[in-house]
Ligand binder design. Structure first.
Ligand SMILES: Nc1ncnc2c1ncn2[C@@H]1O[C@H](COP(=O)(O)OP(=O)(O)OP(=O)(O)O)[C@@H](O)[C@H]1O
Length: 304
């Protein structure tokens, strides 16, 4: 189990994280969300042992994670960290990068393991390509495979699919998170993308103003967002008194209702339209199956 115990940390005088406390069981997936600059990457770096802690402690099982003051080389065998920078060897091939740390004395096993992970990150066509010729998203996939090659017990991922195009993203996400579950590898994922969270994370942690403001399953947090900031992570929402926070899809346009609004604009949204409307001098958003004309009067219901 990963146990982050009452960690407070800042780079100079400004506090970045305050009284951070949480646990991740073996094989579980924890997602961390928060605005840009809220300290997600900093938290991953602390878990990895990149900085010395003055306040608080971090443990993986019984081992305390210690910073550079105590460790000549940062990091531990049981934990891997995929940063936003990747840190690959540019003039060697994809398979050489992934297999780099595997023993040369067992060439067949090395090849088998490298091939297995190339498949997990869907890079079969690029196995023999030098990393310098890859795109950002392909490099990101090499970095993920390399982190997994020696079967860590816990993986730290910072925006793991941010450079990957939408064509590949969904299948890659499923493949990587399934691999982690199948192999009982715990993971902590810092992300801006709700699709990294819904459907994959066992727990979700929200950081705001240096503190954890919410910690629960993604489903419970999604169904009951406590603040507009949390709701905004999941999609378009409204604050309508006395109902509170309601997502755009929870408003339904009907023929008659005592809730009336005037359409400002319709945005094409794929399988629906997002209707921007004026309700009691406030802008609200409603998901609707059709485009609506500007200035049209509409009635709506709220279904919670
Ligand atoms: N090495 C550093 N020295 C000083 N300040 C830093 C350092 N790294 C990060 N910071 C500051 O700490 C705060 C948190 O940064 P961090 O990168 O952890 O945020 P984040 O939530 O990961 O952001 P993003 O989502 O944009 O990646 C920011 O205000 C940032 O400017």
């Amino acid at each position: 189990m990963l146990h982050v115990k009452n960690v407070t940390f800042g780079y100079s005088k400004t506090k970045v994280l305050e009284a951070i406390e949480f646990k991740v069981e073996e094989g579980k997936n924890l997602a961390i969300i928060g605005e840009s600059g809220s300290g997600k990457s900093t938290l991953l770096k602390l878990i990895y042992g990149e900085y010395d802690l003055k306040e608080g402690h971090i443990f993986w099982k019984d081992e305390e994670i210690l910073g550079p003051k105590y460790n000549l080389v940062v990091g531990y065998e049981f934990m891997k960290y995929v940063t936003q920078e990747f840190d690959l060897m540019p003039v060697t091939t994809v398979e050489e990068n992934i297999g780099k740390h595997l023993s040369r004395f067992y060439p067949e096993e090395k090849q088998r393991r490298t091939d297995e992970l190339i498949k997990v990150v869907e890079l079969e066509a690029f196995a023999k390509t030098k990393v310098k010729f890859l795109s950002g998203g392909q490099k990101q996939r090499v970095a993920i495979a390399r982190a997994l090659v020696k079967q860590p017990e816990i993986l730290l991922l910072d925006e793991p699919f941010s450079h990957i195009d939408n064509f590949k993203k969904q299948s890659l996400r499923r493949s990587v998170f399934k691999y982690l579950k199948d192999n009982n590898i715990a993971c902590v994922v810092a992300t801006h993308d709700k699709k990294d969270v819904l459907g994959f994370a066992d727990q979700l942690l929200v950081i705001h103003d240096s503190k954890i403001i919410e910690k629960d399953t993604p489903e419970r947090i999604y169904n009951n967002p406590k603040t507009p900031l949390i709701a905004s992570f999941f999609g378009e929402f409204n604050v309508i008194e006395p109902y509170g926070i309601v997502y755009a899809h929870q408003l339904q346009i009907v023929a008659q209702s005592h809730l009336k609004a005037t359409v400002n604009k319709s945005y094409f949204n794929g399988n629906s339209w997002l209707i921007e409307a004026n309700y009691r001098s406030e802008t609200i958003f409603i998901e609707h199956h059709d485009e609506l004309k500007e200035d049209q009067e509409i009635h709506f219901l709220i279904s919670l």
